[in-house]
Design a binder for this molecule. Sequence first.
Ligand code: PLP
Length: 232
Amino acid sequence: MQIGAVKRVRLGELPTPLQEMANLEKVLGGPRLFIKRDDLTGLGTGGNKLRKLEYALAEAMELGATAVVTTGAVQSNHAQLTTAAANRLGMKTFLILKGDKPHQPSGNLFLDRLLGVEEIRYVAVPSDSGKEEFESLLQNEVDRLMAELRKRGEVPYYIPNGCKAIHGALGYAGCVYEIVGQLRAMNLAPNYIVTACGTSGTQTGLVLGSILYGQGEIKVLGMSVSEKRDKL
Ligand SMILES: Cc1ncc(COP(=O)(O)O)c(C=O)c1O
């Protein structure tokens, strides 16, 4: 599924399965509940970032990028999946992670290294700095690394943590297209889509997809996993 003329590169095994949660329905006494298995996208350990990366990395390729720079927490799923995706497309990955370098790499950090990440830099979180100050420290490190890479002859492409909102929106509008089609094959139509909401790219895409493919019948409910309602 292609939205307009925006470039997309295929990275995942899509569509992902849509499974009915029969036991949970029984416990709750209805309604019918389905889960979209975006953990089964077939690259790295899966997750919602893949649909976004299909657009972000298509843009990177169009710009002739040789390297991808991104940020995230030390155990970031986004950083791990970006490394896997950039690998597949023959680009190097440089990670700037928030926090101290752990003594032993474990979990996603171990996977980043196994996937052959080119370099990892750490930006320690100062105990006395506010969120905005820390974000500007992080951005300075990104700018420094981008400049260094350009000097070395690389063409670096920067992906903000969780990807640009536009790439999330395109990726998750496509997800609604899949959901509507999968339910239509069962003679059903969705009336609610519930999602986790961090940067809100996923939710924005679900809203866009609901408008494009849901005939005004789908409500999208986001559950914030970080900020309070007034900050989102
Ligand atoms: C599984 C999953 N879905 C959705 C989200 C929301 O992502 P975002 O709002 O950053 O697009 C997250 C992250 O917070 C997540 O881990």
